[in-house]
Ligand binder design. Structure first.
Ligand code: FE
Length: 381
């Protein structure tokens, strides 16, 4: 069976490798970067350091780009945020990769130095880079053009060494022997940044890293790290135990606000429903059409029983929308209704979703439409 290639722009095929798709995502609350890397031809991909609270965002991007997620990899057992790996495993069947030495539950791909994690014809090479924690890993792309350094090496900095089995001597050796030994041009993508810096390179960090760059040696580095006196991460007590379960929620899970329907959120954050589901559940939904009256009564027709409130009148006419049933909003293509959906959510409606693809998708599926009776032609005298 032919595999659909992933949608999106690709990195150039460095060193002759198959083209890749690459995305850097950010969680502003914890300053965490999540990375999506996939081979375009096979659409197989990996997600690195997903954040629990960003699961919906990450899943919708993976679905919109058509990626078959092979694995979620965590660079280490984080102390500042909970991993989204288990949620992603639950949603897509992807395996969960973490250093074997971390000893976490639910890990299906225990990783060791020298392992290769394949996606399509490409792979990430696993390098042990302990020192921040003893389970820290750096993932290096097969052609050595880029590396995901976790908290071992940050842009102009590095992870702390004062808890979670941290050791500054070990970290110095990990960084110099396993990361700064890569080619000068190798791009480095860290787990965190708190100042808007997104990536670096081996040559830059060798020259300018504030803790070990330039002329600094192991003594200088250890002296720096042992005098940092940082406060403990605010989420330590929650994050570490949760990460030792790979982010699997324990006990009672809060009710899902989208539980009333098979909502699929777009990467833009919009709750959406498919035409066929809306059609099957037509009797228990209010359908709100936000096109103009001319379109509603024109040749495109409308869904029988749908309520017409043009987008520009929505704010003034919110009171006309029945509140007893969930609301599905629609227009010609799904774009004006997307704005209306956002307006309704802002106005406090909870069970509301956009009709994905609008009337065009509805029509393509052959679902019923009502057309106004044509005006009878006037007899000519
Ligand atoms: Fe960390």
């Amino acid at each position: 069976m032919a595999v659909a290639p992933a949608r999106g722009f690709s990195l150039s095929a460095a060193a002759g490798g198959a083209p890749l798709l690459f995305r850097q995502l950010f969680d502003a609350d914890t300053g965490t970067f999540t990375y999506l890397i996939a081979e375009v031809a096979s659409a197989e991909g990996l997600l690195i350091d997903p954040v629990f609270e960003q699961h919906d965002r990450d899943l919708s991007l993976i679905q919109e780009l058509g990626i078959q997620l092979v694995a979620c990899l965590d660079t280490h057992a984080h102390a500042d945020h909970v991993t989204g790996s288990w949620l992603m495993h639950d949603a897509t069947g992807s395996v969960i990769g973490l250093a074997a030495v971390a000893g976490a539950e639910n890990v299906t791909l225990p990783l060791r130095h020298g392992d290769q994690v394949a996606f399509g014809s490409r792979a990430l090479e696993v390098r042990a880079t302990p020192g921040h924690t003893d389970g820290c890993l750096t993932f290096v792309l097969d052609d050595h053009s880029l590396a995901f350094t976790g908290d071992a090496l940050l842009v102009r900095g590095c992870g702390r060494c004062d808890f979670q089995q941290g050791n500054a001597h070990t970290l110095y050796r990990s960084i110099t022997e396993q990361i700064l030994s890569l080619p000068d041009s190798c791009l480095l993508y860290p787990s965190h940044d708190y100042s808007g810096r997104t990536l670096s390179s081996v040559s830059e960090e060798r020259a300018f890293n504030a803790r070990l760059g330039g002329e600094a040696d192991e003594r200088d580095f250890v002296g720096y790290m042992e005098n940092l006196e940082l406060p403990h991460p605010r989420r330590l007590a929650v994050a570490l135990p949760a990460n030792l379960r790979s982010g699997r929620p324990r006990g009672h899970t809060p009710p899902d606000p989208d539980g009333w329907a098979p909502i699929r959120r777009s990467y833009a954050g919009l709750p959406q429903l498919e035409s066929h589901w809306v059609s099957e559940h037509r009797d228990s939904l209010t359908l709100l059409d936000v096109r103009s009256a001319d379109e509603f009564n024109g040749p495109d027709g409308h869904i029988p029983g749908s309520l017409l409130i043009p987008l520009q009148d929505l704010e003034q006419r919110l009171g006309e929308i029945p509140t007893g049933q969930p609301l599905v909003v629609l227009c010609h293509s799904g774009s004006r209704s997307a704005l209306a959906t956002q307006e309704l959510l802002k106005a406090g409606r909870s069970q509301v979703a956009n009709l994905r693809g609008g009337l065009r998708a509805w029509q393509r599926e052959g679902l019923p439409l009502e057309h106004p009776m044509p005006t009878p032609a006037q007899p000519t005298p």
